[in-house]
Design a protein around this ligand. Structure first.
Ligand code: ME8
Length: 647
């Protein structure tokens, strides 16, 4: 046992709707890492919680005719129930309405003010007089009106406190570009180009137009606005500026904060700036993952029960859901969810791969040796390769865990599981079983299989904690046989190990029937396979010369921002290999600027320049229609040089 510590956090979730599979991803990923680190002997602190203040919550509560506190009490119970269902081993759960957190945030706000990093200014925004509410541009309805009452809004301002960002710009740029703080590192460029290079804007940190928040102690009409309250949870939950806990010195700075890309900016810029302002150590890593998408869009709370983790885990078990979402998501990219992909994944990896390996091995040990292997051994062809792969596995998984690449860790483990299934085909134990003189060889083959199962399932238990103990029971492994130490070694089970046949752990699912059943539960047509899509009629024929008039080129998006006063337009700066150009594109409803920076796009390069909402556009970004009326930008291969012609 080492006395090294490991501190990992999820974001604290807004209790503003039902959690979904997307919400589960970060928590399941952090849980798997936390379990792995515990297995390695680290003293782990795994924190999650709910972010319970703000205007949105105040409004939701009003809609339901309850107080904000009653509202958040109810929803935080749902989150806790979900984490129980998904077998999440958090060590601490913070609610930002907890007294100790409130008290600590008040002290932190005052200290930032006393140090001169918070000052009083004016917040400018859109104001709806009848609703007495401020709205940001992006919250307005499709006509640019109040999203609540749909009446006109006016430009207005309110007194507010601001956090000064500019003193920290250089240090943050270095943090992002010169250290391994941000994962994946490839995201650093987009943040630096989009937010730091244009000059960091000060952040509004208090409001007077709603009251569901932590009061500013020295100016009572203000409440602390969102991010100071939310981000410092990572420290207050350890006892920073409060007496409730006493673990700050032990666990801070955090080893890993994990978040999705929607809140990367807050964690990569604003959070380090706030810590710098208080001269506090910075977290070691920020791991940013993509979104789980559905029908091409970010899965979100408003999608209701489309992908309800309670329903899915009741049908397939939490382990299968955990496995599926972890396996599908590569750090840094989005992953598209569909029930069909999930069921196929469960069938191929868990039923045919792991389940089959366990049931075949245990059944053969039972059949040929009455469950207890004889001690005689006879080495043979293929043994060394299997043993070498199985014993090398733990170190590979260690590395992937340390780099927050959980899909790769799982893929390595399943390579060894496939290797073991292949070993069965190669060594043909059913033929050995017919020949009395081959008993020692048969015992060796089965033992090697049991050992490979022991190693792979020891490592898998961090990702799939519910089912692995059942496998250990079947292969006759005791608690001592399945720890971190023994996961790196072969020949751990006793030579005369006794197996216990048990239930089939991951039964094969009939895909068609199951999809039908799911659709019936969740409502028809909710899976992301949309059969209703009919391509548009072909236009009249052209000849190659007509086509050659359009000059299509590959370009790189170097900068991207929303066009002011437009909900639909993005303004993109492109490296087109010919000195650069600016293109305005009507894709703002489907893409955030951050998603496009650093990506290759295809453009129509010889269109006459036009002005859209007063902004000049030199060309057009190519995109394709989705069945649901949204569209997707065409991304050419990364290796294509900027300016290369599309023919
Ligand atoms: O932003 N795919 O809370 P939030 C993957 N309270 N991950 C997803 C997801 C999806 N479709 N949808 C949500 C907040 N997530 C703030 C955070 S932290 C100091 C304050 C996950 O409830 C992902 O981790 O909107 C994302 O970062 C988080 O939920 C945002 O949750």
């Amino acid at each position: 046992m080492t006395n090294k510590t490991f501190y990992i956090t999820t974001p604290i979730y807004y209790p503003s709707g039902s959690p979904h599979i997307g919400t589960c991803y970060t928590t399941v990923a952090c849980d798997s890492i936390a379990r792995y680190k515990r297995m390695q002997g680290f003293d782990v602190m795994f924190l999650t919680g709910t972010d319970e203040h703000g205007q949105k919550i105040e409004e939701k509560a009003k809609e339901q005719g309850v107080t904000p506190k009653q509202y958040v009490d109810e929803i935080s119970k749902i989150f806790k129930r979900l984490w129980e269902t998904m077998n999440i081993s958090y060590d601490r759960y913070i609610r930002t309405t907890d007294d100790y957190h409130v008290e600590a945030i008040q002290k932190i706000f005052k200290e930032l003010y006393d140090r001169g990093y918070i000052y009083k200014g004016e917040y400018k925004g859109k104001y709806c007089t009848p609703c007495e509410s401020f709205w940001t541009e992006s919250q307005l309805d499709e006509n640019g009106c109040c999203p609540e009452c749909h009446r006109e809004v006016t430009q207005a301002s309110e007194e507010a406190y601001f956090f000064k960002m500019s003193p920290f710009a250089d240090r943050i740029e270095k943090l992002l570009t010169e250290t391994d703080f941000l994962r994946p590192k490839s995201r650093a460029k987009e943040i630096v180009n989009n937010f730091i290079k244009p000059g960091l804007e000060d952040l509004c940190v208090s409001r007077t137009s709603f009251s569901w928040g932590i009061p500013v102690t020295f100016d009572k009409k203000h409440v602390v606005y969102v991010w100071v309250d939310a981000l410092f949870n990572y420290c207050t939950a350890l006892g920073f500026k409060n007496d409730r806990y006493n673990d700050y010195d032990k666990f801070w700075p955090a080893d890993v904060h994990m978040v999705a890309k929607d809140i990367m900016r807050f964690h990569a810029i604003i959070w380090p700036a706030m810590l710098m302002a208080l001269d506090m150590p910075l977290p070691k890593h920020l791991a940013v993952h993509g979104w789980i998408t559905f029908n091409g869009q970010k899965m979100s709370k408003s999608m209701g029960n489309v992908i309800d983790p309670f329903i899915l885990s009741e049908r397939y078990g939490a382990d299968a859901i955990r496995y599926h979402i972890l396996r599908e998501m590569a750090l840094g990219a989005d992953s598209s969810f569909s029930n069909e992909i999930m069921i196929n994944r469960i069938n191929s990896d868990l039923a045919n791969g792991l389940g089959n390996l366990v049931s075949r091995t245990v059944a053969m040990a039972d059949k040929y040796f009455g469950a207890t292997l004889p001690k005689e051994r006879e080495a043979g062809e293929f043994d060394d390769e299997l043993i070498a792969e199985a014993t090398a596995l733990r170190d590979k998984v260690d590395e992937f865990i340390d780099n927050t690449q959980l899909n790769n860790a799982l893929s390595e483990i399943f390579k060894v599981i496939s290797r073991a299934n292949k070993y069965i085909d190669e060594t043909t134990p059913w033929i050995l079983g017919k020949d009395e003189s081959k008993k020692a060889r048969l015992a060796t083959v089965l033992y090697n299989l049991l050992e490979t199962i022991r190693i792979t399932t020891s490592l898998l238990s961090c990702f799939m904690p519910s089912e692995m103990p059942k496998i250990w029971e079947q292969i006759g492994a005791s608690a001592d046989d399945v720890n971190y130490e023994s996961a790196g070694k072969f020949n751990v089970l006793p030579l005369d190990v006794t197996v216990h046949r048990g239930e089939i752990l991951f039964p094969r699912i009939d895909v068609e029937k199951e999809i039908e059943a799911l659709n019936a539960i969740l409502g028809d047509n909710k899976d992301n396979k949309d059969d209703s899509f009919k391509p548009e009629e072909l236009r009249e024929e052209i000849n190659i010369d007509d086509f050659a008039k359009a000059d299509l080129r590959v370009a790189l998006v170097t900068k991207c921002e929303r066009v002011k006063k437009s909900k639909k337009l993005l303004c993109l700066q492109l490296d087109d290999g010919m000195g650069g150009r600016q293109v305005v594109s009507g894709i703002a409803e489907w893409y955030t600027p951050e998603e496009l920076v650093g990506k290759k796009v295809m453009i129509v390069a010889n269109l006459k320049p036009i002005k859209l909402c007063g902004v000049e556009s030199n060309g057009m970004i190519c995109a394709a229609d989705m069945p649901d009326g949204t569209c997707k930008v065409i991304h050419p291969d990364e290796s294509l040089p900027n300016g290369s012609r599309v023919r």
